[in-house]
Design a protein around this ligand. Sequence first.
Ligand code: HEC
Length: 196
Amino acid sequence: MKRKLISMGVISATLLGFSGIAQAACTTTTAKDDLTDEQVVELYECIKGELREGYASLGDEWGTAYPEWGVTSTVPGGVGNHGSRFLMTFVNETGFAEYVKFADEGVKMPVGTVIAKESFNVSKKGQVKKGPLFFMEKVAAGEADEFGNWVYSALQSKGKPMKIKQSFCHNCHGNFEGQDALGYPEEDYRVKVAAE
Ligand code: HEC
């Protein structure tokens, strides 16, 4: 399924709420591996506005909409996966309730689920670097059987679609058996949702 590019006017940086001061603070003197959760959250809060503006800048429908979806973790975690980046995952309304059960058996995400994962990194010099926005879309049986009926895609930090190979993504995601190919955020960071 091809999603449409929606046309958007130019959004000013001030509207998105990031200032020169916040940007200047997107650095750290702590080595990446030694960052505390609080420091990671601080860096995330600093880069968030700029990240989102970049992803949305060419008007991609999901790249614009995802900040309104449900967030699945409290701290951007996952160093070691996705190129040792810090990751923050959002799920649209169709799939959120199912995703945040974080079940490890018999998971079957509803068709129409779209998952977006923000990413950023911290350089050796302590600067926050923007990473891609990754997507997984659950499609109907028959549309992507080879890849568990997931369609993978990604946007570069400036909003351009990335060239990716479905097999590259799924060769790793397909290993999360029983979890419908989902990797989930680190356990300590998962949002807690009251059981039904
Ligand atoms: C080497 C293994 C690996 C590869 C390759 C990989 N991923 Fe992931 N992916 C993971 C892991 C592990 C997680 C969970 C990490 C976390 O959130 O902390 C994840 C999470 C995700 C999520 C959030 C949903 C979830 O699984 O919980 C999306 C969306 C995603 N990846 C998209 C992609 C796309 C698109 C590609 C290909 C460009 C890709 N991934 C390639 C390992 C991989």
